[in-house]
Design a protein around this ligand. Structure first.
Ligand code: PLP
Length: 370
């Protein structure tokens, strides 16, 4: 079969999809440039590493790897239910919260169905919509914040799903409880709202709403959380969603039986009990975030104040050039062209020495030496 033949066989909407570009792995930089002391501040990972209690749980369970996982993750759902004060029937687990997003889009968006989101947001939302032949509509941010009234106005009869994250990736901004409550009240009942809270643990403004407080059996609202960021388990792939039991039941029918592996289940249970690690993570992020912002101000660079573990920085020159120059110094960050911010980079908070190295390296690349 030649390529014209393959093109004709594959569903036509797939031709439009650009695959997700992940942050550059450290191993890849080592392979390409021989840099072995590089640091990665590109994927909003936890600088402290994984939760130690999760690692211990994994060690203890290594010799059960010949067994299939519990397909229903009974114990993890019980623990999560207690942790969130939800019934286990209101939960869905995924191979990362990305997978739960995939279930939601597949369950609710028919070909031609509309998904509303914003511009400058997590690229997976658009990709997953394209994968099912849906129509992805981006409502512009306003002052780099999600414009909830504009989103509500953009709803049409074709709208099936609204996908937003709070705080938003990559701007780091968050909307507040008042705006959120007005938004929920203004939506027609047949539109499902998904609030992705991957970074909610890093929001220190008490006015930032938590989806958990708005979950109800008769409201089409789904909250999404992940163990990838605050719990340091990105490599293990586990996240979850919560919402009306009947909707979760439908999502569950799309789920492959063993989507959350054995080690992920035991590690997530242990991580939930690791209060100390979560507190240390937040402290490192809050202190590092304040440090980086102070240093950016000293260098005269503008940035968007962040409620997350990363910062969007305006560099006023092609971001890819800055990214490449930083790479050569062994500092991996993210150029924001593909997120619609050509003159911006995104960096996540690292350990204190990493933050200092990032600042020094950025100052050098930008020609802003003290
Ligand atoms: C990191 C991130 C996630 C989490 O993805 P996982 O699949 O759970 O690793 C979800 N949403 C956003 C906006 C993110 O940045």
């Amino acid at each position: 079969m030649n390529s014209a033949g393959i093109n004709a066989l594959v569903q036509p909407h797939l031709a439009q999809i650009t695959p997700y570009q992940a942050g550059k792995p450290l191993e890849e930089l080592a392979r390409e440039m021989g840099l072995t002391d590089a640091i990665k501040l590109a994927s909003n990972e936890n600088p402290l590493g994984p939760s130690p209690l999760a690692v211990a749980a994994i060690r203890e369970n290594l010799d059960t790897l010949h067994r299939y996982p519990d397909s229903h993750a009974y114990y993890l759902k019980e623990d999560l239910g207690r942790h969130l004060r939800l019934n286990p029937s209101q939960l869905i687990l995924g191979n990362g919260s990305d997978e739960v997003l995939d279930f939601l889009v597949r369950a609710l968006v028919p070909p031609g169905g509309e998904v509303l989101s914003t511009n400058h947001t997590f690229l997976m939302y658009g990709l997953l919509t394209q994968a099912v032949g849906g129509v992805f509509k981006e409502v512009p941010l306003r002052d780099l914040r999600v414009d909830l009234p504009a989103l509500a106005r953009a709803v049409t009869d074709q709208t099936r799903l609204i996908l937003i994250n709070n705080p938003n990736n990559p701007t780091g901004t968050a909307f507040l409880r008042r705006e959120w409550e007005d938004f929920l009240a203004s939506l027609p009942p047949q539109v499902t709202v998904v609030l992705d809270e991957a970074y909610i643990d890093f929001a220190d403004d008490p006015q930032v709403p938590q989806s958990l407080d708005y979950i109800a059996e008769d409201r089409l609202l789904v909250g999404l959380r992940t163990f990838s960021k605050a719990y340091g388990l990105a490599g293990l792939r586990i996240g979850y969603g919560f919402g009306p039991s009947l909707l979760m039941d439908y999502l569950n029918r799309l789920r492959l039986p063993f989507n959350v592996n054995r080690l992920a289940q035991v590690a997530a249970r242990a991580a939930l009990t690791d209060r100390l690690f979560l507190e240390r993570t937040k402290a490192v992020v809050f202190e590092g975030r304040a440090f980086i912002c102070r240093e950016l101000e000293r260098l005269g660079l503008s940035y968007t104040p962040s409620q997350t573990n990363y910062i969007l920085i305006r560099v006023d020159r092609p971001a890819t050039a800055v990214y490449q120059a930083m790479l050569r110094q062994g500092v991996i960050i993210r150029a924001m062209e593909e997120y619609g911010f050509p003159g911006h980079v995104r960096v996540n908070v690292g350990l204190p020495a990493e933050n200092q190295r990032f600042i020094d390296s950025l100052a050098r690349v930008m020609g802003l030496n003290d």
